[in-house]
Design a binder for this molecule. Structure first.
Ligand SMILES: *Cc1c(COP(=O)(O)O)cnc(C)c1O
Length: 402
């Protein structure tokens, strides 16, 4: 018997088009690739991100990780009280907490989404100084419920969710600060880069002092408490290269069209999977919410006896799946404070407790039952139908009959 497989190539445009090339050439012609103050390239990108998120300020960094470090510093992450984090995220959304002088307190995810659970955050809050919430795989975290669960400042990691809305309002505008990676795999790329969004002037200025040039600090710092840092800043050099800024600015222009195409492609996929009665459920994001794109997650409703085998079968059938993240909670750096203390000496005397293997049941279940599909950002109904049919066949073959 011949099972359906995906034979069409993954539909994609070149990652960087003519607009990006023109912008880079123009920059080279002008002869300025480093903007120590707020120059034209970073200024244009920051303004565009402030518009995208509806925040008063946007601040550029040379990576998403740097923006997380700055945001956690800015909201006052403390060495004595941890930062509530999700295990289902990129590792630097965990290790940035160490870098900011605090320690992670792992909270379980929701049973029906890949995001940190407000109930778990409420439980952890008394021992925490901040919350770091990733909009994982583009699914907006339940920001209103997280805010209700705790009075702590929330940093949003929007690295999977550029352009996403939660209940009609942009991600990156709900918390005390939003952080966006512009690393190449993200849906807005500068090659490398990061953006911090906030409406809180104090958060903005504190984030500035951490990684920006004294020229910019002298021009922008207004808070008396921060003025002493104007001549030196701190030791971190976190500003964004102008080349990254002009590329990301162009990527932001094409984002709405790409999001719309991905949304339509997902609708095609879902329709075919429903027709096949495939045993899957989708995280519900609510009517006024719009997802972002870094793959999209779905949950398999029947028990997956062997996730590695399933992953092998999916790949063999040509289904475009993203690898799930590691279980970072069990990595040596997170399990052994003596190792972490080599980089961050405050961990030698910290309340940090490594998480046990059974502490996060929803997370561990999702690691077995969830898959993340890469969805093309240009319209591709034929391709999506192939993916859906191949996916349904793999599920029937490896699970329902297993
Ligand atoms: C990519 C990513 C980061 C880190 O961003 P870099 O730009 O690579 O430093 C942080 N958090 C999440 C969720 C990411 O996907």
């Amino acid at each position: 018997m011949n099972d359906p497989a995906v034979t069409l190539p993954f539909p994609r445009e070149p990652k960087y088009g003519q607009a990006e090339k023109d912008a880079v050439l123009k920059l080279l012609d002008e002869g300025h690739l480093s903007e120590i103050n707020r120059g034209p390239a970073t200024n244009a990108l920051e303004a565009a991100f402030a518009r995208l998120t509806g925040t008063r300020h946007a601040l550029s960094f040379n990576s998403g990780t740097a923006s997380l470090h700055a945001a956690l510093h800015a909201v006052g992450a403390s060495p004595q009280a941890g930062v509530a984090v999700s295990p289902m995220t990129w590792v630097s959304a965990i290790t940035a907490v160490f870098q900011a002088g605090s320690y992670p307190v792992f909270c379980d995810i929701e049973p029906d989404s890949p995001n940190i659970a407000p109930t778990a955050v409420a439980e952890a809050a008394p021992a925490c100084s901040a919350v770091l919430a990733t909009h994982t795989w583009g699914i907006p975290a339940r920001m209103d419920q997280l805010a209700k669960a705790t009075g702590l400042p929330i940093v949003e990691d929007c690295s999977h969710a550029h352009g996403a809305l939660y209940q009609g309002r942009a991600v990156g505008s709900w918390g005390a600060a939003g952080c966006f990676s512009l690393q190449e795999s993200k849906s807005v790329s500068g090659g490398e880069g990061g953006i911090l969004t906030t409406t809180d002037r104090e958060v903005y200025e504190r984030a500035l002092t951490l990684g920006h040039h004294p020229a910019r600090l002298a021009a922008e710092l207004t808070l008396p408490e921060l003025k002493p840092f104007a001549t030196t800043g701190a030791a971190y050099k976190y500003r964004m290269p102008a080349v990254s800024a002009v590329i990301a600015r162009q990527q932001l222009r094409s984002l709405p069209d790409r999001m719309l195409a991905a949304e339509q492609n997902l609708a095609t996929l879902r329709k075919v999977l429903e027709e096949c009665d495939a045993p899957v459920t989708w995280p519900s994001i609510g009517e006024l919410s719009v997802r972002g794109w870094y793959g999209t997650p779905l949950t398999i409703n029947v028990r997956v006896p062997d996730p590695a085998e399933l992953s092998k079968q999916l790949k063999a059938a040509g289904i475009p799946v993203r690898s799930m993240y590691e279980d970072w909670t069990q990595a040596p750096l997170l399990q052994r404070p003596d190792l972490a203390a080599r980089f961050w000496p405050h961990l030698a005397r910290s309340p940090y407790r490594p998480p046990t293997i059974d502490a996060l049941p929803n997370f561990h279940k999702a690691m077995r039952q969830m898959i993340v599909l890469k969805v093309p950002q240009l319209l591709a109904p034929d391709y999506m139908e192939q993916v859906a049919e191949a996916l349904a066949a793999v599920l029937v073959r490896t699970l329902v009959t297993a």
